[in-house]
Design a protein around this ligand. Structure first.
Ligand code: S3P
Length: 175
């Protein structure tokens, strides 16, 4: 295993909504025998409400604060040596504070998925507050690409085969 992961055993999957972060993250964690956490699930569990409800009742800024708090807690546990794969929500890697936390405490992998696939996967879903307007979704996708590119590694997602994505990650020779 590379030294950085020995010191801080965190793998962080970043990328746009619908790029497969949770499915691939879970499969990767299974393969490694590491714990898996989905940051959105952790937020919902902690707050006792859905992400959509947080957006509606408290607004996006409040959601982002909670997102950073929960991410920080996980990074602390990585620092204590608890190996984990963490799937970040699509906006979590954008704030510099979050990106620094992630980049300094393990390895960040961008699941780079074409917009056409994202559209197909998340069309007609209402639980993602930022995915309800198709034109805004496209703008958001384009504007976020440079932020995701700050990840240490980029994996191209070309189909729905999560195991193939896991194989690409394992081929990075990090473990
Ligand atoms: C968001 C993505 C969502 C969730 C929230 C905001 C975003 O996570 O965190 O709705 O800003 O892209 P997924 O990427 O898991 O859908």
């Amino acid at each position: 295993m590379i030294l950085k992961l020995k010191r801080t055993p965190g793998i962080y999957l970043v990328g746009f909504m619908g790029s497969g972060k949770s499915t691939i993250g879970r499969a990767l964690a299974d393969e490694l025998g590491w714990k898996f956490f989905d940051l959105d699930d952790q937020i919902e569990r902690r707050e006792g409400v859905t992400i959509a409800e947080i957006f509606e009742t408290r607004g996006e800024a409040a959601f982002r604060q909670t997102e950073t708090t929960v991410l920080r807690e996980h990074v602390r546990s990585v620092e204590r040596g608890q190996p984990q794969v963490i799937s970040l929500g699509g906006g979590a890697f954008l704030a510099q504070e979050n990106a620094d936390l992630v980049l300094n405490h393990g390895v960040a992998i961008w699941l780079d998925c074409p917009f056409s696939m994202i559209e197909r996967r998340i069309a007609n879903q209402t639980h993602r507050p930022l995915a309800r307007d198709p034109d805004k979704l496209r703008c958001l996708f384009d504007s976020r690409q440079p932020a995701y590119a700050r990840a240490h590694y980029r994996i191209e997602i070309c189909d729905d085969d999560a195991q193939a994505a896991v194989r690409q990650i394992l081929a990075l020779q990090l473990f």
